[in-house]
Design a protein around this ligand. Structure first.
Ligand code: ADP
Ligand code: MG
Length: 317
């Protein structure tokens, strides 16, 4: 199977590559063409996943396809963007047809889930690595930035944290757990659900937002810095799932939620008056702290006293 046959069979022929809203021209020419409605801006984000760094090289190809696109689509959610299209640059050690079919099926599943059309890419030989670029659209000036948090805002998250980091010993086959616990945690690692609808609902409401990929404390540090404010997080308010508590214990679960990565849930700052309306539609939203004057991120105990965080998020360099 040559390169062109591979592209045709597994990608150009995929259901998600048959076009969609805003796709004027998809796979097959030198560029894809996307159309934006008047008054909207293009949101663009790229993520690379390298075997052995971001996922185990021997992992299930279906799950990898799903996860790779979810991770990228989560950046669109964080900007409040409506999904449009994505490209896939794939580096493969060999053209293993079973692997490719499963990978393409996983990609298709998440593409459908997120309403993203595959419009192009690149295919090369080398150590397994994936680079996905996602494109979304957002009304002029309404994208959710990291830089708008205001003193007095609430700090909120879009649901329970730490499951994906807690699942790592299961992902790596280092530990086992009862089927219900292991299924729940592994699902949060392998098929995180980008909070796209929530991100769009936050447009015009949240003052700052991002998706938590490197750990709550590290990512909140980005909002604090970009907005030139201090974020105070109440440890007791950080939501932990029942499966994570059961698997890792309370203490370790907290460490996963604060410092572990891969949550792909939104963290955002919100004027207090807007909370009730939002929670009516998204009951999983939790207020975990407040925006104050100052700098940096501080963790507080139940009495409001500052406490030392267990450890920071993952950094590559
Ligand atoms: P070029 O030489 O112009 O870069 P390529 O031969 O790399 O074109 O690719 C041919 C077409 O197939 C292009 O439209 C490209 O976007 C698309 N393509 C290549 N690899 C992939 C892939 N892995 N997934 C989706 N589309 C791909
Ligand atoms: Mg090319």
């Amino acid at each position: 199977m040559n390169e062109f046959e591979l592209i045709r069979r597994y990608f150009a022929a995929a259901r998600c590559a048959q076009g969609g809203d805003g796709v004027v021209l998809g796979i097959g020419d030198d560029c894809a063409l996307l159309a934006l409605p008047a008054g909207e801006q293009l949101a663009v984000s790229t993520d690379t996943l390298v075997a052995g760094v971001h996922f185990p090289a021997a992992c299930d190809a279906f799950l990898l396809g799903q996860r790779a696109l979810a991770v990228s689509a989560s950046d669109l959610a964080a900007m409040g963007a409506t999904p449009l299209a994505f490209t896939l640059a794939l580096t493969l050690p060999s053209a293993n047809e079973t692997w490719l079919a499963e990978f393409a099926r996983g990609l298709q599943t998440m593409a459908q889930n997120c309403a993203l059309a595959l419009v192009g890419g690149d295919t090369t030989r080398g150590p397994l690595s994936l680079t996905l670029t996602v494109f979304g659209r957002v009304p002029n000036g309404q994208a959710l930035l990291r830089s708008g948090a205001q003193v007095g805002d609430l700090l909120c998250v879009g649901g329970e944290l730490g499951d994906a980091a807690g699942a790592l010993p299961l992902v790596l086959g280092q530990r086992e757990a009862a089927a219900d616990i292991s299924e729940a945690l592994l699902a949060r690692y392998w098929s995180p659900q980008p909070q796209l609808a929530l991100g769009q609902a936050l447009r015009g409401r949240a003052t700052a937002a991002l998706d938590i990929s490197d750990g709550l404390l590290a990512d909140c540090g980005h909002i604090a810095k970009a907005s030139q404010v201090a974020l105070k997080i109440e440890l007791e308010q950080v939501p932990l799932s029942a499966p994570l508590r059961a698997f890792a214990g309370e203490e370790q679960a907290r460490i996963c939620a604060l410092g572990g990565g891969d949550d792909y849930r939104l963290a955002f700052t919100l004027p207090p008056a807007l909370l009730a309306d939002l929670q009516a539609d998204w009951p999983e939203i939790r207020v975990i702290g407040r925006v104050q004057a100052g700098t940096g991120v501080e963790l507080l105990d139940t009495t409001g006293q500052p406490i030392e965080p267990p450890r920071g998020g993952y950094q590559h360099f």
